[in-house]
Ligand binder design. Structure first.
Ligand code: ZN
Length: 399
């Protein structure tokens, strides 16, 4: 009897612990059958577009780069996937919720090419892409409408509207239809109804399994006519109720239900939602962060005196080389120099040029104006792989 009970307990444990494993195994099994899959990672950056595409036997591509404050999330995804080199970055247009991290990416990774529209897109007036790119060793490619690109087995059809919309910059978004085996996805940037109409008029083959909805799923995009032609099974909405209530409006939600489109929003605590294609089969899974423990903590952020105080609360010396500090509101980054160690109970100041205090020992964060004095500033500490370790809100000494 006892034996039967134990067998039952063991069987239950196997079922429970197997749940998480099951998804991965199913993917692994398919990998064995069909080779390495093509993975589209919808990075969870709230209102902003950032997608990573892992192309088998080719490399990694990004479609848009999110807002500047999303850099840590994108860098974390790249670190967990061991990516140091990016083959190409496609920009739908130059708005900062799409192109916000071009410079951060060029600073921290080797990038071969950046792909932009060949039209005089007015969204690049405030974001001088050519000037930024000229400072780095990267090729700027101007995409042409109806151009076809082939990255090993991934084919990309490019479409760009023939006329520049000067009033509504969103309507100059580059549209990409990507095909891998039997699967396809339509990336639309911030395309709104006017651009959609031209697109529908010009293009015949736009049916796609996945539709990245235009303009963050707001009501001014994703017409019934578009859904009728694209016939997507899955819809990706780069927005959520908290950050942009327009992204979860009833009209589009109802429309997606009507067309039986399974909708994915940038909400929840996953790092990415991944669409994994083995050419004839598609799997969807969530990719989560891994928890990292560290004994190094932020003791204090002093806004008036312009310093951050770190302390090792553990019993072992910690190597904090290449750890990162970020001023949350000022949006400045600092990477801790090589061979920086903190012994147990030791404190270390990271000060800026504005700091007049005689604090020891310290490392100089060379920037001035790191902290935003007017807003509620905070500092965030990340390890060398962009795992978030600690956060502290700023205090003013006279408070
Ligand atoms: Zn946008």
């Amino acid at each position: 009897m006892k034996k039967i009970v134990w067998l039952f307990v063991i069987a239950c444990l196997v079922v429970v612990s197997g749940c998480q494993q099951q998804k991965t195994n199913a993917v692994d099994q398919q990998v064995e059958e069909h080779g390495k899959p093509c993975v589209l990672s919808f990075i969870n950056v709230g209102k902003g577009d950032a997608f990573l595409i892992d192309v088998p036997d080719d490399g990694y591509y990004l479609c848009d780069t999110g807002k500047e404050q999303d850099f840590a999330t994108i860098a974390r995804v790249l670190a967990l996937k061991n990516i140091n080199h990016i083959n190409g970055i496609f920009l739908s247009h130059g708005h900062l919720d799409h192109a916000g991290n071009v410079e951060n990416l060029l600073k921290n990774y080797t990038v071969d090419k950046i792909y932009i529209s060949n039209q005089e897109d007015p969204s690049y007036r405030k974001f001088p892409i050519r000037e930024i790119v000229s400072r780095y060793d990267v090729e700027l490619v101007e995409l042409q409408s109806n151009q076809h690109l082939q990255f090993h087995d991934l084919g990309i059809d490019v479409w760009i509207p023939p006329y520049v919309d000067k009033k509504n910059e969103n309507n100059n978004s580059v549209v990409l239809k990507m095909r891998y085996g039997n699967h396809s996805i339509l990336m639309t940037g911030d395309m709104e109804l006017e651009e959609e109409a031209t697109f529908l008029f010009e293009n015949k083959d736009i049916q796609s399994d996945i539709l990245k909805l235009g303009h963050h799923g707001e009501k001014d995009a994703t017409s019934i006519a578009l859904l009728e032609r694209v016939k997507p099974k899955y819809g990706i909405i780069t927005g959520n109720a908290k950050e942009n209530p327009q992204s979860v409006n009833k009209t589009i939600k109802k429309r997606l239900e009507q067309f039986q489109v399974n909708a994915f929003y940038s909400e929840g605590n996953q790092l990415c939602t991944e669409f994994i294609s083995t050419k004839n089969r598609m799997k969807i899974r969530y990719f989560y962060d891994q928890h990292v423990d560290s004994d190094v903590r932020i003791e204090e952020l002093n806004i008036d005196e312009d310093y951050v105080l770190l302390k090792n609360n553990g019993t072992q010396t910690v190597n904090i080389s290449n750890y990162h500090l970020r001023s949350k509101k000022g949006e400045e980054w600092f990477t801790i120099p090589e061979e920086t160690m903190i012994k147990p109970n030791q404190e270390l100041y990271i000060k800026t040029l504005d700091c007049d205090e005689d604090v020891q020992p310290y490392i100089l964060w060379k920037e001035k104006d790191v902290w935003d004095d007017d807003l509620k500033e905070a500092v965030v500490l990340y390890d060398k792989n962009y795992a978030r370790i600690d956060k502290k809100e700023g205090v003013k000494k006279d408070e």
